[in-house]
Design a protein around this ligand. Structure first.
Ligand code: ASP
Length: 341
């Protein structure tokens, strides 16, 4: 007799599990147990569902690396006991969490599907029910007894995306996420249709979970007129190990001497400078224009088509390991979990 497919639901918080405070009208997290009462359909699945709720469910704007470590550790502890995992999470920082988990969980051979909603489950027009039910189905999907999905993804409004390729682009629509540089992994209509060529291939190695992250990073978003004073203050922040420069177009920035010299001084001090573009689609090609050749020359690292969320979490992950700067630069430009083309 084959064993029933089992899925662990991990509840971190977010709108999907919130209720409106009768007096103030504010949305606040409610007891997770009520969730299954709200969606009786969950009992109809031919999937064995178990749940784990974080002690204090949070609005995902309060998300932080400690919670990512707790999440990765929860998946590690339960990895051998379940066929798949669904993480209920607020949509605001869901792409950051999905990206972080993708780096923290190496050789993942089971699905980890993050989902949430724009409207709380208790509201009639909620998008939470469909998101949750289909996310569970995807987490339990198998072909020839092998999981269909073996990576960290986001399921939202009929689409399954590779998590580390996404960002939240809409705070009002149900269709809240985009993955401009990588196709959807699946689309849910009458059937769930998987884009097999886009899915990561599983490997036979054992899961390895990384639980060291470093947040000694800063962001320098460029704009015409950015001042030397502010640029210098950011680059000389105490304890800074890496800075992401958000540049224009294909990775371009001002060629003014003061700007190049500030960056050069930071790189010479051992600070990693990662160049990603402010454009949401396309990629950084350092050296395509004169306005990016100087960045290449001083040793800025071209981030290709990394999303902002992936750039932040990939740096946190790499800085958390005992790696030399040379090794970090090598890994930054290597596609580790399908995060870059
Ligand atoms: N503020 C909420 C959160 O990210 C929004 C949501 O759940 O979609 O936790």
């Amino acid at each position: 007799m084959s064993k029933k497919t089992s899925v662990l639901l991990i509840y971190t918080g977010g709108t999907i599990g919130m209720m409106q405070d009768a007096r103030s009208g504010e949305l606040r997290p409610f007891d997770f147990k009520t969730l299954t009462q709200q969606i009786p359909e969950l009992n109809k699945f031919d999937i064995e569902l178990s749940s784990f709720s974080f002690n204090e469910p949070i609005d995902s704007s309060n998300m932080n690396p400690e919670v990512w470590i707790e999440l990765a550790s929860t998946i590690k502890e339960n990895y051998d006991h379940f066929d798949g995992f669904v993480v209920l999470h607020g949509s605001d920082t869901m792409s950051f969490t999905a990206s972080a988990l993708s780096f923290m969980l190496e050789n993942l051979n089971k699905p980890v599907v993050l989902t949430g909603s724009q409207l709380p489950i208790g509201i009639i027009r909620t998008d939470g029910k469909e998101n949750l039910i289909t996310a569970i189905e995807i987490a339990g999907a198998k072909i020839k007894n092998k999981p269909v999905v073996t990576e960290v993804c986001i399921y939202f409004e009929y689409k399954l995306y590779r998590g580390n390729r996404t960002f939240k682009y809409n705070s009002q629509h149900f269709d809240a996420f985009k993955s401009p540089n990588y196709p959807a992994l699946a689309e849910a209509g009458v059937n769930i249709s998987y884009n097999k060529n886009a899915l990561l291939k599983p490997n036979k190695k054992a899961l390895r979970v990384y639980t060291q992250l470093s947040n000694d990073i800063a962001i320098l978003k460029l704009f015409p007129g950015i001042s030397k004073k502010i640029t210098s203050a950011i680059l000389n922040s105490p304890g800074l190990k890496a800075v992401i420069i958000e540049t224009f177009g294909a990775g371009n920035a001002s060629t003014q001497d003061w700007f190049t010299n500030e960056l050069k001084a930071a790189i010479n001090k051992g600070i990693i400078v990662l160049n990603i573009t402010q454009c949401l689609e396309g990629k950084v090609i350092q050296g395509m224009y004169e306005t990016s050749s100087h960045l290449k020359k001083i040793g800025a690292v071209g981030g290709s088509d990394l999303t902002f969320e992936s750039a932040v979490t990939k740096l946190m992950f790499l800085l958390g390991q005992k790696l030399s700067n040379k090794q970090i630069v090598k890994q930054l430009t290597t596609n580790l979990r399908g995060e870059m083309s």
